[in-house]
Design a protein around this ligand. Structure first.
Ligand SMILES: C[S@@+](CC[C@H](N)C(=O)[O-])C[C@H]1O[C@@H](n2cnc3c(N)ncnc32)[C@H](O)[C@@H]1O
Length: 196
């Protein structure tokens, strides 16, 4: 079975088309940014991170890919060194989005002192919801083994479970018999408006 990260990619892969606009809300080391850029070569990726080191890691990963695979097109990526909570300051007001990914927690290989926080994560989720095209999806991979992780996950669980089922489909994907707090994937899909 797919792990949470693989499952998040599967969810987005099913809806991203070559010309999609997509968001990586937590760029980190750039794995997800590159994944999105390859799925939408004629589209655009906006990638956020609050840490300069993460933005630089992501920039380098994209550059290495372009060198190694010059014939494989990838979307232009706008790297944004800011909190995803301020997403609306960085995207044009009328920019609609097809998909977004969050990989919560801390930057792997860093000192774990900078982590995503429930309230700012939720502000970003709401900004993306407002821009999401019908059929569009948001995938959130949440870790609950580190300090603060369980609180963030509980906040997301509560608020996602309360989304209006007429407009949103929401799922939670997790292994329930594994040790060491395996991550959880939340999937949010915007329903097409019902014909009246
Ligand atoms: C688990 S890592 C992301 C891994 C990344 N998706 C990858 O593919 O390598 C989480 C990232 O979220 C970033 N972060 C924490 N708070 C943030 C915020 N408010 N806005 C944007 N990024 C944030 C951290 O700096 C860290 O790089």
């Amino acid at each position: 079975m797919l792990n949470a990260r693989e499952f998040s990619h599967r969810l987005l892969q099913e809806v991203i088309t070559p010309a999609s606009t997509v968001i990586d809300a937590t760029a980190g080391n750039g794995h997800d940014t590159l994944f999105l850029a390859r799925l939408a070569p004629a589209g655009r990726v906006y990638a956020f991170d609050i840490q300069a080191a993460a933005i630089e890691q992501t920039r380098q990963r994209l550059a290495r890919h372009a060198l190694a695979w010059p014939t494989e097109p990838a979307a232009p990526v706008t790297l944004i060194h800011d909190s995803h909570a301020r997403l609306d300051r960085h995207l044009p007001a009328d920019e609609a989005v097809c998909a977004a990914i969050f990989n919560l927690g801390y930057l792997p290989g860093s000192d774990k002192s900078v982590i995503t926080q429930g309230e700012s994560t939720w502000r970003a989720v709401e900004s993306i919801q407002a821009r999401l095209r019908p059929g569009g999806r948001i995938a959130i991979v949440a870790y609950h083994g580190h300090d603060g992780g369980a609180d963030e996950m509980a906040l997301l669980q509560r608020r996602l479970a309360a989304l209006d089922a007429r407009q949103w489909q929401v799922l939670q994907y997790q292994f329930i018999n594994q040790p060491n707090c395996p991550p959880v994937c939340f999937g949010i899909s915007k329903k097409a408006p019902e014909r009246g």
